[in-house]
Design a protein around this ligand. Structure first.
Ligand code: ZN
Length: 227
């Protein structure tokens, strides 16, 4: 941890992480309290995460929990999300990651229940995910196994989202907003590809076209750094 805590940075991340939970509700990715967003505090070995068991419309910046990278609470009146250990493992092992999101969104979790990756059959998927959305291992909460499964799967993939088998989605990004976008897009393509398959066989996109689409979208499209 840095010697002097940048309290402005912590306040900014508290606000962002609190606000972004409303996006999970807006896009229909969560029911009850089963989904969470976290964000790394720039320049510190700290992250901010949702408190456990608090409903989305009661979340405030002040009620967010500040944790160190071992998942130990540094500031917070509530206990942190029960998924905190998984988020912490990702931050410890993927220094480039600034945000993590977890949901049980319906269509993506249906693919996870079959332990089936979402094949890359839409140009929007090639843009965002650079290939299929991969499946991570079956892992139970309680130790590092969920976090390890997320990191081991995403390290070998261009996808910012992983379908943890029999469980749901974990997504990552350069910040919390990017991780939320990945969770939203993951559910959107999981739904579309599911519906497409009801109508007949899926047509894959050739790998060289996937590569070109991914490269263009990640490097040319939009304004760099403002995804
Ligand atoms: Zn879960």
């Amino acid at each position: 941890m840095t010697a002097t805590l940048d309290t402005d940075a912590v306040l900014r991340v508290r606000q962002q992480v609190s606000d972004l939970h409303a996006e999970l509700v807006r896009y229909g990715l969560v029911v009850w309290t089963a989904g969470n967003v976290s964000g790394r505090v720039p320049g510190a070995d700290l992250f901010v995460i949702k408190p456990s068991g608090v409903s989305y419309d009661e979340l405030t910046p002040e009620s967010m929990i500040l944790c160190d990278l071992d998942g130990t609470v540094v500031e917070g009146a509530h206990s942190p999300s029960s998924d905190t250990a998984a988020h912490a493992y990702v931050y410890r092992n993927m220094p480039e990651v600034g945000g993590v999101v977890h949901t049980h969104s319906t269509y993506a979790s249906a693919w996870a229940a079959r332990a089936e990756e979402v094949p890359c059959v839409l140009t929007a998927m090639a843009d965002e995910f650079g290939g299929p959305i991969p499946v991570g291992p079956f892992a139970l909460i309680g130790d590092d196994s969920i976090g390890r499964g997320i990191v081991d799967t995403l390290r070998d993939s261009r996808s910012p989202a992983v379908l943890m088998q029999n469980h749901g989605v974990f997504s990552i990004g350069k910040d919390a907003k990017s991780a939320v976008k990945a969770a939203v897009m993951c559910e959107d393509v999981a739904r579309t590809v599911h519906i497409a398959r009801q109508g007949g066989p899926l047509v894959p996109i050739p790998q060289e076209s996937v590569d070109r689409l991914y490269d263009r979208y990640q490097n040319v499209y939009g304004q760099p750094g403002k995804a």
